[in-house]
Write a protein that binds this ligand. Sequence first.
Ligand SMILES: Cc1cc2nc3c(=O)[nH]c(=O)nc-3n(C[C@H](O)[C@H](O)[C@H](O)COP(=O)(O)OP(=O)(O)OC[C@H]3O[C@@H](n4cnc5c(N)ncnc54)[C@H](O)[C@@H]3O)c2cc1C
Length: 403
Amino acid sequence: MQVVVIGGGAAGFFGAIEAARAGAQVTLLEAGRAPLAKVRVSGGGRCNVTHACFEPSILVQHYPRGGKALRGAFTRFQPQDTVNWYLREGIQLKTEADGRMFPLSNTSETIIHCLTDAARRANVKLWASASVKQIEAVDDRFLIHLKGDQTLRADRILMATGGSPQGHSLAKSLGHSITPVSPSLFTFNVKDDRLEGLAGVAVQSARVRLTVGDEKFEQTGPLLITHWGLSGPAVLKLSAWAARALHQANYQARLTVAWLPKDTDDSLRKTLQSVKSQLPQRLVIANCPLMIPKRLWESLCLHAEITNNTRWAELSKRSINLLIQSLIQGSYPVSGKGQFKEEFVTCGGVDLKEVDFKTMESRICPGLYFAGELLDIDGVTGGFNFQSAWTTGWIAGQSIAQP
Ligand SMILES: Cc1cc2nc3c(=O)[nH]c(=O)nc-3n(C[C@H](O)[C@H](O)[C@H](O)COP(=O)(O)OP(=O)(O)OC[C@H]3O[C@@H](n4cnc5c(N)ncnc54)[C@H](O)[C@@H]3O)c2cc1C
């Protein structure tokens, strides 16, 4: 069985290694000069390999697209299997407080070395700088044309080209539909006086609600103020769930932030009134009674018409109302998406209806298999995107080698 894997990323490597171990002769084609480029930069250079979530029914809830299709796949290869797979290769993963799992070494080099070494030992032939420009299906076999006019033959192909538009075109040329493609996992550009000069300020838990046209989305989690607006896990998750709606709305939306999500109008009013009666002569801005960063408190106070000299005794009803509103219902205009691809992933890809998830084989073109981000699957941050790449790569690798 001659198998050609197109794309030397996480999914392509996993598929190639498993197919070769199952007995296929595997050639892995990578367009770039070096494979596993995204693994290298992933997780800030530490590679967030997977997430400590070992229950498939809960795991699938972290995928804005593809969760349903992955349900069965995760019963066969889930984060625990990823942990065990790496352990068998001599790599131990550790879990951080938020559930993200990294190599014990804290460097993505460990994962790159592990995958390239495992591929070499399994006799996978790795061709770098080998960009596939065309695939022809001829009599149950495939002809693969590379840039530079080389041609390869294959009995079966595993496509694992990630979010690359060229990969989408190749899949289309073999009869597949590509669902609308847009970015996911991005930060929000927000220009607002209340956030001016606060870059770097973070809260551990905020509730963010996004309104895009008629659609509403909500997330709770750490929130970070940046030079351009808002970031942090809460915003990245929101960007993932709202990826398609935001794309259609040209990234114009309204964000409502509760900096203290556990508080209500009543509870805050009680706290503020009690400080007002107990510490009437203290300055409001200098004496924050709430669990929010001092600089944020100062900024929200100024926005609520409280000056640097206002004492608690002088705090007007109007200022209290404005302050409470800013604390639990602050409204901010989203005017675009961040340009930095910190955790960028592609939403959209090969239509999942056209793929048999028991094998990852195309329902349209026999002998063609898919894995990874090329599919219409994407997860939120935390290791979920690599996990779907390992899972679909593993299943494809196992099945593609079967006679
Ligand atoms: C900066 C950054 C950090 C990230 N950090 C994390 C993280 O810590 N944890 C996590 O779970 N996810 C993370 N992600 C997302 C994760 O990297 C991807 O979801 C994952 O790499 C997808 O794997 P893949 O193998 O499907 O695609 P890719 O890793 O994109 O690999 C596809 C490969 O195919 C090659 N290719 C494309 N077209 C062709 C062609 N025509 N011929 C030959 N080769 C071709 C490409 O060059 C590429 O090497 C991060 C993403 C980014 C951008």
